[in-house]
Ligand binder design. Structure first.
Ligand code: NI
Length: 157
């Protein structure tokens, strides 16, 4: 396994629409493993494949330590409510913004064994699921931010 380089804001890779995974190959499994190492090294909550330069519909989220969720071809199939929270991204260092996200989401995805599953999340998990799914469509959180935090606000936090 390996820690991969995280693509930073400004790189066109982050603006592409990713292709679905049609076959789970050893290469895809290796990517999932490497993404996990990369996420842990960066102390992040979620990571999408385009953030490591791979334009495939793959993302991982880990809101609770040890509860890693691997998502292949994730799709938000239900959402409800609204939450307003501060959000950031490993590809956008030192910048945070306030976004409105659904309070609850239900996501359908494929796991590494090729099985379809659904995951429901609220709070941080709902936000992470939305944020990572957005990455697969070339959307960065600040596209949706209602307001970015100022330097003073970040420093005082
Ligand atoms: Ni992100």
């Amino acid at each position: 396994m390996a820690v991969l380089n995280i693509v930073k804001d400004g790189d066109e890779t982050l603006r592409k629409v990713c292709r679905p995974v049609t076959e789970i190959t050893p290469r895809i499994l290796r990517l999932l493993d490497d993404m996990k190492d990369t996420l842990h090294k960066a102390n992040g909550v979620g990571l999408a494949a385009p953030q490591v330069g791979v334009l495939r519909r793959i993302a991982i989220v880990e809101c609770e330590p040890g509860e890693l969720i691997e998502l292949i071809n994730p799709e938000i199939i239900e959402q409800s409510g609204e939450q307003e929270e501060v959000e950031g991204c490993l590809s956008v260092p030192e910048r945070w913004g306030i976004t409105h996200r659904p309070a609850k989401v239900k996501v359908k995805a494929t796991d590494r064994h090729g099985n379809t599953f659904t995951v429901e999340g609220e709070g941080l998990l709902a936000r992470a699921l939305c944020h990572e799914t957005d990455h697969l469509d070339g959307i960065i959180f600040y596209d949706k931010a209602v307001r970015m935090l100022s330097k003073e606000e970040i420093e005082n936090d």
